[in-house]
Design a protein around this ligand. Structure first.
Ligand SMILES: Cc1cc2nc3c(=O)[nH]c(=O)nc-3n(C[C@H](O)[C@H](O)[C@H](O)COP(=O)(O)O)c2cc1C
Length: 183
C-alpha cells in the first residue's frame, strides 16, 4: 500500500528540500520503498545523500504548494543531519539502502532509523482528499489532457465546497489559479 506525505531531503548545499511523495509501505510502516522519478530533485538529493525524513501531515495547503514548487510557510529543524517539519504529525527518518534504477520512476528501499509522533493527526475531510487528488493531477499536467484535468477538478469541487476550511480553500484557489494560468 501507499502512504502520502511530505519527504524532506538535503540539497547539494545541505539545505532542506521538501516534496510530496507516496512511498510503498506495509501497514506497520516497517518496510519502505521510496519511488522518486529520476528527473526529480528528490532523486538527485537522495543519490548524493541517502537520508530523508517522511512526514505524515494533515495540512494540504503546504502539500499543494510544495508539489508545485511554490513557497510555503513550512519551518524546518535539523535532526541528525536531516530536516524535519515541526508542524507534521509524525515523522520517519529513513536511510536508502538499495536502488533499482531500471525504470524512470526509481525504486529505493529504505530502513527506518528513527521515528517520532509530534502531535495528533487532525482528522479526515473530503476537501483534504480532493486537494490531494487535484494536486496529483496538476503534477501530471505535462502528460494529461487539459480537458481531463478540468473535468476531474469539476468532479472534486463539490467536496471542497461542502467541507473545506481556510487552508483547504486557499489550496483549491491556488490549484485553480495554476490551471487558469496554464502553469
Ligand atoms: C500526494 C502526492 C504524492 C506524490 N508521490 C510522488 C512519488 O512517489 N514520486 C515522485 O517522483 N513524485 C511524486 N509526487 C510528485 C512530486 O511531489 C512533484 O512532482 C514534485 O514537484 C517533484 O519533486 P522534486 O521537487 O523533488 O523535483 C507526488 C505528489 C503528490 C501530490
Amino acid at each position: 500500500m501507499i502512504i502520502e506525505g511530505l519527504l524532506t531531503t538535503c540539497d547539494f548545499q545541505g539545505q532542506p528540500h521538501v516534496a510530496p511523495m507516496g512511498p510503498v509501505v506495509d501497514e506497520k510502516l516497517e518496510h519502505w520503498r521510496l519511488r522518486p522519478f529520476q528527473s526529480s530533485s528528490t532523486f538527485e538529493n537522495l543519490r548524493r545523500y541517502p537520508y530523508a525524513v517522511f512526514h505524515v501531515v494533515d495540512d494540504v495547503l503546504s502539500l499543494a504548494q510544495t508539489a508545485l514548487g511554490l513557497e510555503s510557510d513550512l519551518q524546518f529543524a535539523k535532526v541528525d543531519n536531516c530536516w524535519i517539519l515541526p508542524s507534521a504529525c509524525h515523522w520517519y527518518r529513513l536511510q536508502v539502502t538499495e536502488w533499482d534504477l531500471s525504470e524512470s520512476r526509481s525504486d529505493a528501499q529504505a530502513v527506518v532509523l528513527e521515528q517520532r509522533i509530534q502531535r495528533p493527526f487532525w482528522g479526515w475531510n473530503r476537501a483534504k482528499h480532493a486537494i490531494i487528488e487535484a494536486t496529483i493531477l496538476l503534477t501530471r499536467r505535462h502528460i494529461l489532457e487539459s480537458s481531463f484535468i478540468e473535468q476531474e477538478l469539476g468532479r472534486l469541487e463539490s467536496a471542497v465546497e461542502k467541507t473545506a476550511g481556510t487552508r483547504e480553500r486557499q489550496a483549491w484557489e491556488l490549484l485553480r489559479q495554476q490551471v487558469k494560468e496554464g502553469r
